[in-house]
Design a protein around this ligand. Structure first.
Ligand code: KPL
Length: 310
């Protein structure tokens, strides 16, 4: 298979980062629910400026089918976006799910009529406005299917992304990698989003102890799910990973804080709910995680009418 025509569904920061990086080597269509300027600019990590014209299509007027569809919506918008798109796609078109957390991925992997890859990335990007996205820092992307097959497809896509300046790698254990990112996000994002602080402030009282409490809840849930930290084992391994990320992203406003500050829905369901479902399945207590989920659900109910998840 040759992956030359890419649809990018969900033109937020990540979607437009991928579109602009791919634009010189592939045919790229940004699929959006509202009109978006075709001329898009990426501010690169070295403060360079990369301006390209990309095709922008509305979901009601799509061009000829692509070789691959990248779904880059937020987690809570993924299923609705897929449902709107599915009838326009011939069977067999590969789908790449770029969502955080571990919520819609297994359902979409079942539902999509073609191969499905999941991606997890540490690329950092944020939206400036409808024409500009900042690529804040280089990262790394892992690609693979939840069942461990589709390795040739994941390898081909990793080559395409890497040659476009987004280093990527095909892996057999994407489920583990998605859960690891979810664990890091669960230890950091609800706390900083609710407190309105940058990641580095978690090192100070009273937040340090709150991170430790969450780590104490997360470690047994992850162990029961068979998810090991990348380096070391058990609570110590998770502690090392989470404090490393806090150190490395000390100056950042986490994605969930940015969502709260912009009045957007947060990804609390995709990040916290899978942990609480797993905790219940294994008979484990997780009162700190549950309190964050309840508070973020209450906020969501207050800021958006029910059912307006995207
Ligand atoms: O991924 C992140 C996010 O902002 O969502 C972390 C790791 C928390 C860095 O800020």
């Amino acid at each position: 298979m040759t992956l030359t025509r890419h649809w990018i569904v969900g033109p937020g920061a990540l979607g437009r980062l991928i579109a602009l990086r791919l634009a010189d080597r592939a045919s790229v269509t940004l699929v959006a629910r509202r009109p978006l300027p075709a001329e898009q600019t990426l501010i690169t990590p070295a403060d360079g400026v990369l301006t390209r014209r990309v095709e922008v299509a509305r979901i009601e007027a799509l061009p000829a089918p692509p070789d691959v569809v990248h779904l880059t919506t937020k987690a809570h918008g993924a299923e609705a976006a897929h449902a709107a798109l599915a009838s326009h796609l011939p069977a067999g078109v590969p789908l790449v799910l770029w969502q955080n957390g571990f919520d819609a991925q297994p359902r979409l992997a079942e539902r999509h009529a073609g191969p499905v890859l999941c991606a997890t990335t540490t690329e950092g990007a944020h939206v400036q406005d409808d024409t500009r996205v900042t690529h804040a820092g280089h990262g790394h992307t892992f690609l693979g299917s939840l069942t461990g097959d589709q390795h040739a497809l994941a390898t081909e896509l990793a080559t395409v992304l890497s040659s476009a300046g987004l280093p990527a790698e095909a892996v057999f254990d994407i489920r583990v990698r998605l859960w690891r990112k979810l664990a890091v996000n669960a230890a950091i994002n609800p706390l900083v989003a609710r407190a309105g602080i940058r990641n580095g402030e978690l090192r100070e009282a009273p937040y340090r102890a709150r991170v430790e409490t969450l780590l104490g809840e997360l470690a047994p849930i992850l162990a029961a799910e068979g998810i090991a930290p990348p380096d070391g084992a058990g609570l110590d391994g998770w502690r090392r990973l989470v404090w490393q990320v806090i150190e490395a992203t000390a100056a950042n406003r986490a994605s969930m804080l940015q969502d709260v500050q912009a009045g957007r829905p947060t990804e609390h369901e995709a990040i916290l709910a899978p942990l609480l479902v797993a905790a219940e399945r294994h008979g484990l207590a997780a009162p700190g995680l549950a309190e964050h989920l309840a508070a973020l659900r209450a906020r969501a109910a207050a800021v958006a009418p029910p059912g307006d998840g995207c």
